[in-house]
Design a protein around this ligand. Structure first.
Ligand code: BG6
Length: 517
């Protein structure tokens, strides 16, 4: 597809109306973990490079690992060089971060450590003149969230509402609970200390440009929305496939599995953005109200036979991907050799409302698939009356739209065209939009976008309390049914394949096929 003339890309720091966040301190709890080095600090460096770090800013990391501030910065300096997406970070930006970053080894449940941590924060804030605004980032095991937040509140470092000396916010990493009950408990706990507008539950999929573009595609254009319902859409497929295995996260994955790790958050969020009604405006609550309505309209699969009929699970065995030999899930570190944890899941959902009645949404996600691919595939219906007799294809006019979240970000639409020649033959052709071709720049990292939004106090791209619980309400019964029935004989799919045969049967029962690009 040709891009419109004159649609020259304007770098984010020159986008009109974009404002730098207020002066503030970012405090990472659990800063010695991988997330800080691989995602958070590179995202802050990316913000610095693009002109979005506040003029007065400081970063305080804390964790149980013993390390000095300079050792900590050496680690994150390497992280900035390796993991910042987009253009390289200029040395001046890295040096600026080095000048306002400290690390305190501390166990915040120990009063002495808490005192040291608190003094370090106040010293750093005074030196950098950040005015008391604080963004706490909980990069910790979820079981420690309640105790940590209550320590911060009791010590006066974190205050409900708008404290006299600036705003206080908390970013909560996923997984947000491990079940509906635990999520409710956690929400209750956070809300006993903080107002909802201080809590930022992160789902990094919402930080992806291509995911946000779903809103623009649907509500910033006039041509798609009239087709976006049961009259024209036959079904929707949402695929998040990864070539990677569990990559050293065996212990976590044994607890989580694909359904908790990917469906409860990322895949259901994608479904919401495809299925939601137009929000009244682009404010955090208006957008989240509409997403929550979709979640509430998803027909819950509660009976074991409904779950069996509408879901499939799998676990990868040993094998090869390309010329690489890869171990089975059960051979991964910290994984039981008899594990029945799923590394692949597929679900069929129905959205019981006027727009989507009878349109199945097929969702699937797995590790060790043929490649990395996140895609939303909209299959439209066939034409109501076929007047072109000179063709032997049954699927004529069944247009489709593939929205590639990653990689090769873009959108393809297929439609029928006449094959050149004297005969009257039709063949599907493709209209392609590529982000890279149109904008000539890679998207920012999801964490860069989300950190900026949190610094600006905009929760549109974060999950609200009721939304998080509604997601669990859909996933919980499936998990319970799976736990109470015998798991299929695992492993049941080969690395590099598109998952277990049961997942094919799930969609084939409806006379449809997975879109495997
Ligand atoms: C995380 C999951 O939330 O998302 C991981 O915990 C998964 O298991 C990752 O690999 C996928 O994210 P992305 O952005 O690479 O698609």
């Amino acid at each position: 597809m040709d891009e419109c003339a004159g649609s020259e890309y304007v770098p984010s720091n020159r986008r009109s109306g974009a404002v730098r966040p207020d002066p503030c301190a970012v405090i990472i709890l659990g800063a010695s973990g991988d997330l800080t080095r691989r995602k958070l600090v590179p995202a802050l460096a990316g913000l610095g490079r693009d002109g979005f770090l506040p003029d007065r800013f400081c970063l305080l990391g804390t964790g149980r690992t013993r390390s000095s501030s300079s050792e900590f910065f050496q680690t994150i300096r390497a992280g900035i060089a390796l993991h910042t997406e987009g253009d390289a970070v200029p040395p001046a930006v890295t040096d600026r971060l080095a000048g306002c970053t400290e690390y305190v080894s501390a166990n915040l449940t120990d009063p002495d450590d808490l005192g040291r941590f608190s003094r370090a924060l106040e010293r750093l804030e005074t030196a950098q003149g950040t005015g008391g605004n604080r963004l706490f980032y909980l990069s910790l095991p979820p079981s420690t969230y309640p105790a940590t937040v209550s320590q911060l509140v009791q010590s006066g470092l974190l205050t409900r509402g708008a404290p006299d000396r600036g705003w206080h916010r908390v970013v909560v990493e996923k997984p947000f609970g491990t079940s509906l009950d635990s999520a409710r408990l956690l929400n209750g706990h956070l809300r006993s200390f903080l107002n909802e507008n201080q809590i930022f539950r992160i789902d990094h999929y919402l930080g992806k440009d291509t995911v946000q573009n779903l809103l623009i595609l649907r509500f910033g254009n006039v041509i798609f929305e009239p087709l976006w319902d049961r009259r024209y859409v036959d079904h929707v497929q949402i695929t998040v496939a990864e070539e990677l295995g569990v990559e050293g996260r065996g212990a976590y994955y044994e607890e989580a599995g694909a359904l908790r790790d990917m469906f409860q958050n990322h895949l259901l969020q994608l479904l919401c953005l495809v299925a939601m009604e137009p929000p009244v405006n682009f404010s955090a609550d208006a957008v989240r109200d509409e997403k929550t309505k979709v979640l509430r309209a998803i027909r819950p699969w509660t009976l074991p036979e409904e779950v069996a009929q509408n879901s499939a699970r799998g676990q990868y065995g040993p094998g090869t991907i390309g010329d690489r030999v890869v171990p089975s899930y059960r051979q991964e570190r910290n994984v039981s050799p008899t594990s029945s944890r799923e590394t692949y899941a597929a679900c069929r959902f129905l959205v019981d409302n006027w727009r989507w009645q009878g349109v199945p949404f097929y969702l699937r996600s797995g590790k060790r698939m043929p490649g990395r691919l996140s895609e939303i595939f909209i299959q439209f219906r066939t034409v109501p009356h076929m007047m072109f007799k000179a063709t032997d294809r049954a699927d004529i006019g069944a247009n489709s739209m593939a929205i590639r979240i990653q990689p090769n970000e873009g959108i393809s639409i297929t439609f029928e065209a006449k094959v050149p020649g004297v005969e009257f033959n039709l063949r599907p052709v493709r209209l392609d939009f590529s982000y890279q071709t149109a904008f000539k720049t890679p998207p920012p990292s999801a964490y860069q976008t989300l950190l900026l939004q949190a610094l600006q106090g905009d929760a549109t791209l974060f999950t609200r309390r009721d939304e998080a619980e509604a997601q669990w309400e859909i996933i919980d019964p499936i998990l319970s049914a799976w736990e109470s029935t015998r798991a299929p004989s695992f492993p049941n799919y080969d690395p590099g394949s598109w998952g277990p045969s049961r997942a094919d049967e799930l969609i084939q029962r409806d006379g449809r096929e997975w879109h495997n690009p």
